[in-house]
Design a protein around this ligand. Sequence first.
Ligand SMILES: C[S@@+](CC[C@H](N)C(=O)[O-])C[C@H]1O[C@@H](n2cnc3c(N)ncnc32)[C@H](O)[C@@H]1O
Length: 228
Amino acid sequence: MSEIKQHEIENLFWLTLKDGNVRLATINLEPGNKVYTERLVTIQNVEYRTFDPFKSKLGAAIFQKMQAFPFSKNSKILYLGAASGTTISHISDIIGNEGLIYSVEFSPRSMRDLVTVAERRKNIIPVHADARFPEEYSMIVPMVDIIYEDVAQPSQAEILNSNVQTYLKKGGYFFLAVKARSIDVTKDPKIIYNEVKNELQSYGLNILEVIDLEPYEKDHVMIVGQKQ
Ligand SMILES: C[S@@+](CC[C@H](N)C(=O)[O-])C[C@H]1O[C@@H](n2cnc3c(N)ncnc32)[C@H](O)[C@@H]1O
């Protein structure tokens, strides 16, 4: 029989499957519906979705013992680089119907998939825009508690800073998934991480932790900070 146990972090769970394997999980806000290849398991009338750290950098950061986890019921989040909504769907489960995720994506194809997910999940607001130009979505996005960015672009630190300055509340948290190979394939990833960290600090941003995402994502870190 499958078993469920509360994770150390609120609204996350450890799900033991029938075969004995243990998975991270969230409660499915939209029971019966999958968003990617996750498994759905019902225990005592509650449906859980497995949260795959190989498919989500947020999932990977949780497995790597990230300290800051401000996502909670009713959080307002600006998410840059939404893709088809894999990670967003778990944040959507965690924050529930009182929260909102303004989900920015510039690829029309990914946007179509995201809109399908958002039709069922009312806390996801798809925003078809380019994150390099935060003023483009000022009519839609308010001040938020969290900014999460995963755009895999060389200018990612600059994009983060302009969005933090425009939309992040004082005391709010930011998360930046850094893919070394999107910046320079020839350089040692450690040098790249330091350069990104230094660039963020040069904008006056306060960094709390830098989490290596291996073995889930090769040559990636998650940088976490807080606006002062
Ligand atoms: C690595 S994927 C994101 C995966 C997603 N965060 C997840 O975990 O489910 C990067 C996404 O960022 C989008 N992207 C890249 N640059 C962007 C920009 N300037 N504005 C908006 N979206 C961007 C890409 O189209 C792509 O879908």
